[in-house]
Design a protein around this ligand. Structure first.
Ligand SMILES: C[S@@+](CC[C@H](N)C(=O)[O-])C[C@H]1O[C@@H](n2cnc3c(N)ncnc32)[C@H](O)[C@@H]1O
Length: 223
């Protein structure tokens, strides 16, 4: 496999995304956020952290995940949209989340040193960035060699009819802020990450939780 970034989605672009999510910020928590809240909780249970661990939440949005992180972790949340980040900051202030730091920036080009986090979380962001594959390259660079990358997202189905539907509706979804045609394999191509496990919360579920690591060994999901 090549180590380049072969996949670029021309349909999404960071400047447009930033503006779009500034609009989303006003009603995100009561719409999409409310729909995925339980999944975020379940996804973060896959962290298996140690006290003092550092976690980076890429595309932290309005901070719907922030309340789920154990307080003995150091959490850094990064997002491209000032509007989304302002909502996250509100939660940090209101809930006294002193273990959380928020940062405005592009998750595809972060300012952090190699291996500076024990865990990276990517919740509903991989299908929003312009280069999903590059996002995983960056996550791999940032996470420690025995760390975990938790991805929560919708990925395109292997059922032909569903897959077809997800492809033809993709232009509509792109207009409202994310891709519906992204395959997990496209994201992983050439990155050198291992899928430890992945699961859905129910048999009929649009979203899945995928646990990745640079290290080569298998584990089972936390309850
Ligand atoms: C669907 S929201 C998900 C928010 C949050 N992670 C959640 O699960 O509720 C996608 C978020 O990714 C952010 N985003 C998109 N592209 C980004 C990039 N290149 N760098 C940082 N954040 C980005 C958007 O601004 C938006 O807040």
């Amino acid at each position: 496999m090549s180590d380049s970034h072969p996949q670029t989605n021309a349909s999404m672009s960071e400047p447009e995304t930033s503006k779009l999510y500034d609009l989303w910020a006003k009603f995100y928590d009561h719409t999409f956020g409310a729909l995925v809240h339980k999944r975020q909780h379940r996804a973060l249970k896959q962290l298996r952290h140690q006290p003092g661990d550092r976690v980076l939440d890429l595309g932290v949005g309005t901070g719907m995940t922030l309340g789920h992180y154990p307080r003995d972790m150091q959490v850094v949340g990064m997002d491209l949209s000032p509007g989304m980040l302002a909502k996250a900051q509100q939660k940090v202030d209101e809930q006294g989340l002193d273990h959380v730091q928020l940062l405005l920036g592009n998750a595809l080009e972060t300012p952090f040193a190699d291996h500076s986090f024990d865990h990276v979380v990517i919740s509903h962001t991989i299908s929003v960035v312009s280069e999903p594959n590059k996002l995983l390259h960056e996550a791999k660079r940032l996470v420690k060699p025995d760390g975990r990358i938790i991805v929560l997202n919708h990925f395109r189905s292997y059922k032909p009819v569903v897959s077809w539907f997800e492809r033809i509706t993709n232009p509509i979804f792109v207009k409202i802020g994310w891709r519906s045609d992204l395959r997990l394999e496209e994201c992983l191509e050439g990155v050198g990450l291992r899928v430890l496990y992945h699961f859905k919360m129910s048999t009929v579920d649009f979203w899945q939780i995928v646990v990745l690591t640079p290290r080569m060994r298998s584990l089972s999901p936390a309850a």
